[in-house]
Structure formats: C-alpha cells, structure tokens
Write a protein that binds this ligand. Sequence first.
Ligand code: GTP
Ligand code: MG
Length: 371
Amino acid sequence: MLVTTDYTEKKTVLLATVIKKNQPKVLAEISELNSLAKTLGAIVIKEFLQKIKEKTPKTLIGKGKMEELKSFILVNNIKLVICNDNLSPSQLKNLEKTLTSEVVDRTKVILDIFSKRAKTSYAKAQIKLAQYKYALSKLPKLWTHLEKQRGGIGFRGPGESEIETDRRNLRKSIKKLNTKMKLIDKQMNTQRKHRNNRIRISLVGYTNVGKSTIMNLLSKAKVATVENNLFSTVDTTVRKIQIKTQRFLLSDTVGFINNLPTQLIDSFKSTLSEIQASDLLIHVIDITKNSVRKDIKYVENILLEIGIKTNLIIKVFNKIDICRELNTKQSIIKTKYQEDIPNILFLSALQKTSIKLLKQKIYALTKRIPR
Ligand SMILES: Nc1nc2c(ncn2[C@@H]2O[C@H](COP(=O)(O)OP(=O)(O)OP(=O)(O)O)[C@@H](O)[C@H]2O)c(=O)[nH]1
Ligand SMILES: [Mg+2]
C-alpha cells in the first residue's frame, strides 16, 4: 500500500538549494511550493534557501546547513520538511534520519494535491498510476506490503528481500492499472469519434491563471471549480457551446506548473490528448505575474511535448483588472509577439471584459475549419 503523508496543521519548513545562476527560478518555485504546502493544510514556518556549488549526493545539503536546519527543527518543533529539489532515496533517508522529521519532496506534494483533488474515477486512476511509479523510484520509502506501515522516525529499515517483494508488488499494481487505463482510453477514443462534428477547443495554461473562470463564462454555467489555489482543476470538463452558427466542444483541464513531475505527465497522456486533438487552443496567461514570459515558454514547451496538431492558438492575457503597470506590460508583450497580435487578447475574466471579443476571435479563427 501507498504510505500517505498527513500535512494538516503540521509545522513545516521549506528547503531549496540554489545554484548561483538559477536563483530567480528557485525563488519563484519556492513561492509556488509555499502555496502548494498551504493548499494541503501545512503551516509553513520558514523557507530555507541554501546556496550551493553542487548538491551533496547523500544528503543534498552540506553539514553546516544541516546542523542549522536541525536545530531550527528542534527548537520550533517542526514536523515536516518539504524539499523543492527532487530527492534520491538515499537523500530522503539521510535527511529524515538527521533532521528527525518527516521529509517529502516537491513531486510528492504535487502528487498528493492531485490525489486529493481528483473527482472522477478516471483521474483517480491516472494519479494512482503516477503515485505507484513515483513510489517505485523511491523504494524503500512510500510503499509497503507490511501490515504495519513503515515510517516514523528511527525505524529499522526493511531488509533486501522485503524491498524486493515491494518492488515486485508495485510493478504488478502498475501493470494492472495500465491495462485498466488502456481499456478506458479505448472507450474514450470511441466517444471522441462520435463528437466529431463539433470544433474542439481546449483551455490550456499555467495553474491558477483563470482557465476555469473563462470556461464558465464561455459556457454560461458554473461547470468548473474556480478557486484561488494551485490545481483546483484536475479532472477534464467538456461542455458544448455555440457561437453564432458554429458549434464547439470546449474543454477545461489540468494546469501546468514548473517541474511538473514526469510520472504525472506520463499518466495524464490521455487527458492531455484532449488538448492534442483540439482544433483551437486558448492559452490563458496571468499577466500580473513577474514570470509571464517564462510561464508562456514553459506551457509552449509542454504543448510541443504533447504533440499538438493545431497552430491555431489564442493567447489570452488575463487579470488585467489587478495588473500594475498594465500599459508597460501590454506594450512589451505586443512587441514580443508582433506577428501574433491578431491572436492576442487582454482581458479580465473576473470583470467579464472583452469576452465578446474572445468569442469573435474564436469564431473568426475557426470558421474555415471544415466539418
Ligand atoms: N483579479 C482577477 N482574478 C481572476 C481573474 N480570472 C480569474 N481570477 C481568479 O484567479 C483564481 C484562479 O482562477 P481559476 O479559474 O480557478 O484558474 P485555473 O486556471 O482554472 O486554475 P487551476 O484549475 O487551479 O489550474 C480564482 O481566485 C479566480 O477568481 C481576473 O480576470 N481577475
Ligand atoms: Mg481550473
């Protein structure tokens, strides 16, 4: 069985290593990690940023920082350390042993949020698959066939033969789940073929940018959950909409985040194939963020990875109602995307501005698609 982590009301510290040139990236990631931890109910007491030349293979951080962290943990009664870096099994083991606290990494946190959020049995199965693959990469942690769950501080590790049994069991579970998913995929593909007479649109973008808010506006219904949280949407919602005479299928799906765990991307292949098969993509961007350009690039890279077939993409810069220095930002964006200007839109989904314009653009871009 999977060993679960309880985050609720746990006094927590965040730990991230910084190698000189990647400081801005890590700063953005740790602030995201903070939101992720809070989403799970953890109480974040402090963020530790450790500047290093290179990662220490066995313990991630060096002796000095480890001591500092250890005494902070003892004095403040910290129960959980969330590490921004993905940890090897031996780093995980050694950090827990030295810090006498539970340690999890960024990937685990993201997987746990997904697992909490998933509603449909399909999404649940996708996440379970990702969790199994992740557990396999972290043996002997996170998975046990033993009656009594492993864990706790200072427990005696399992023997080689026990780890081998766990490995075998995990592989079996992965195989079983893969077979189950393939069957569902087949059914979904058949369903997709039946919906062939409608033009397909997908909302894509970084997490928490306003995709579901736009989904609700375009479909004139409260179909999608809107929350000021990362990963409010994990399940895919598809809605029929009509603009003038044209009929569409609009889908809202999971958002992206930097360092999205590869196990998740793998398991979500079929969800992402909804995006791949779309005739038009609405790429939603939060204009208020400092990392606008990086977020766009990151999403574009994932879209390439998914293998999208369309080149019809509308970039929607959302949240202009709360954007400081809006004019400056708009002109920078316009300069950067000069050739793409007809397919760029600035709006506020919250205040419902320019939604009509968005509909016009959708209609204009898709009216020549043969049905
Ligand atoms: N100020 C402002 N807030 C907005 C706007 N659009 C969305 N929001 C808020 O941004 C937060 C995230 O919105 P969602 O629609 O849930 O975003 P999402 O992209 O679907 O997020 P995930 O499903 O978590 O990836 C919510 O608190 C929304 O109310 C906007 O135009 N202006
Ligand atoms: Mg959403």
